[in-house]
Design a protein around this ligand. Sequence first.
Ligand code: NAD
Length: 498
Amino acid sequence: MRTVEHWIAGKAGPGTSTRTAPVWNPATGRQQAQVVLGTAADTAEAVRAAAAAFEEWSQASLSRRAKTLFAFRELVGARIGELAAVVSQEHGKVLSDARGEVERGLEVVEFACGIPHLLKGSYSDQASTDVDVLSFRQPLGVVAGITPFNFPVMVPMWMHPVAIACGNTFVLKPSERDPSASLLMAQLWQEAGLPDGVFNVVQGGKEVVDALLDDPGVAAVSFVGSTPVARYVHERGTAAGKRVQALGGAKNHAVVLPDADLDFASDHLVAAAFGSAGERCMAVSAAVAVGDVGDRLVDVVSAKAAAVTVGSGSDPASEMGPVITREARDRIAGYVGSGERQGARLTVDGRGLVVPGHEEGFFIGPSVLDHVTTTMDVYRDEIFGPVLSVLRAGTVEEAIALVNGNPYGNGTAVFTSSGAAARQFMRGVTVGMIGVNVPIPVPMAYYSFGGWKDSLFGQSRVHGPDGVDFYTRTKVVTSRWPGLGTPLAASYHFPTSS
Ligand code: NAD
């Protein structure tokens, strides 16, 4: 059985633990590897290695850092297929989707290639008489990233390219469910010429997370995962004096107005609800049908949902793969049943789906529940699976109120042909990322990604300008050079400008 190990100071190794977790192939239902579950001692070793590497890397010139980023960009670009295959095999998502995830991650690397420009400081000449003021940014030190199973390449790439480009060193704690991509990324960084110890990986679960949160050698923590863990990481990390950005779960609504192009909206709605088996933090899990569009929308969406081709991620014909574990499949099936019991109308039932040749795989087909209300569990909880709930609203104002009543605020979309309604929607919703006729409005790498409310704890979003802010501290220097210009006598009053 292959064992997925840690990567510390430029080498793979098993660390100190004897505990492992299975890594499944979700399409076959069989175990394909095991991952070591790191300990506090392994974590401390990685943090020490990263702290030692910080001495050199924090002093690396901007051009050296940019060259390393460019080399990493070339290597990732050349190995997209290999990275996508690793993702698909352990996560289950279809290969084209896995490729898309790597490409979106690569865009963050490309953003970070511009680090000399991004780190430019500012300078005010003659801020006061013969006094100049300048500001510049410096890295924080050792920073950690803790990431979820659903994007094993892209989500870590929201973090490490920017952190490393800013001069920090990095410890990644990937998801224990699909850990192999992290090691491939580590090898690519090494091939790109990144000094050993700048990028480290500690495999494992809560023990490693807690060790990172408590370690005084870790300056900042970036977390992406479910809301309860995000809240916990934010509380424990900030209590330990660290900078923390913690992105949580989601319940993303797509609001369909009566003037929307129904065919276009339903195509996009179905792809956004069932792509990656609904295991995306930006997946649409609630559709809000406004006015008289409801019955027509449900008919079209149900027909399209029932026609989704579900199969192994490696089969090019598959549009949707399995979910991550057997437990996840059973939990999702449980929600479909609870929706029905609580009064929703099940128009498409994905339970019991069997993919020929993959009878043991963790498959569940798309499900659609109509007439869902805000008190039902299917609506209140993040299901994180291929289940679309349809709610009804009388007006756009009612739809906006419904979206805003939800505790999550990650993404939302409106389908309409009215610019005025779209503007009202985007200005009115308490959500961080909004799509207008775009169901999954993931910002480009040069913007920042992050939601509102229970979808983000801490102020800082990931990548883009917020990423650079998060991974640096600013110094402001006020200077004068006696001997030049007009001499100024010292005074005992608080300095004022003149
Ligand atoms: P998760 O919260 O279970 O795990 C995330 C990370 O935290 C993993 O590395 C895991 O090992 C660790 N972890 C799990 N339980 C822990 C605990 N009790 N204490 C300390 N660490 C713990 O999330 P997941 O199931 O891997 O991923 C799915 C979730 O991530 C969904 O809720 C999804 O919405 C969310 N997500 C959010 C975003 C976003 O940008 N907001 C992006 C991707 C995924």
